[in-house]
Design a protein around this ligand. Structure first.
Ligand code: CA
Length: 233
């Protein structure tokens, strides 16, 4: 089944470039230049690529209204932004964006981010299981299994594993993980992330035949390996 992605971007050149690259990646694409048009385009859309700066209202404002509607509460949204500041980033995520991409971006990265967002939801828009080799992360059941065995995780360990699993292949800094997994109310340091990663590794690699899932990327943060990297050598 071909999945449809809605692109909301007022700049024609960017809109057409995004359309081209998503079509190349195998998606059907609908595109419009304002949020007022976007409301009419949402039926059977599996994900939205949403620009921040739009003519009638900002992408963030529209996203807040979209999220308030239960029909679209779980629709994956990738925010496009020329802004890279920490506060803007947090505002976008806070409004309900699942991920964001700072302009200029590469076609490969755009397609990879959209693919990652779609991987974590079923075609009906519900969260579903993420499978990475022998590791299965079931968002609906709130449990993770390794080779069929349920892992004994704390709530935060599960949330971290589920987030990393849903965004496999992408490197996250400790601060980004704090923003996305712990949330804005969390008071504490980046060491908390290291402690949770260490604990998750101990649990995941207790089974010695399992490959290393969580990779440290020097000077940058952590990355969940993609399935293609998990094949035995
Ligand atoms: Ca714009």
């Amino acid at each position: 089944m071909t999945l449809t992605v809605l692109v909301v971007e007022d700049e024609l050149a960017v809109r057409e470039a995004v359309r081209f690259h998503l079509e190349q990646a195998g998606y059907a694409v609908r595109a419009c230049g304002s949020t007022s048009e976007a409301w009419d385009q949402l039926s059977n859309v599996s994900a939205v690529v949403l620009d921040w700066m739009l003519p009638d209202e900002s992408g963030v404002q529209w996203l807040s209204r979209l999220r308030a509607n239960t029909a679209f509460a779980a629709l994956p949204v990738l925010m496009l932004t020329a802004r890279a500041g920490e506060r803007d980033r947090v505002e976008g995520l806070d409004a309900g964006a699942d991920d964001y991409l700072t302009k200029p971006f590469s076609a490969a990265e755009l397609a990879a981010r959209v693919r990652a967002l779609l991987r974590r939801v079923g075609s009906d828009g519900r969260k579903s299981a993420v499978r990475l080799g022998a590791l299965e992360i079931d968002q609906d059941a709130g449990e993770a299994r390794l080779a069929g065995r349920v892992l004994n995780l704390t709530r935060r360990e599960f949330d971290l594993l589920a987030f990393m699993g849903a965004h496999a292949g992408r490197v996250y800094s400790r601060q980004e993980l704090l923003d996305r997994v712990w949330g804005l109310e969390f008071v504490g340091g980046e060491r908390t992330v290291d402690q949770h990663i260490t604990q998750l590794r101990a649990i995941l690699e207790e089974n010695l035949t399992a490959p290393k899932f969580l990779e440290t990327v020097r000077g940058k943060g952590y990355r969940m390996r993609e399935v293609s990297d998990l094949k035995p050598a």
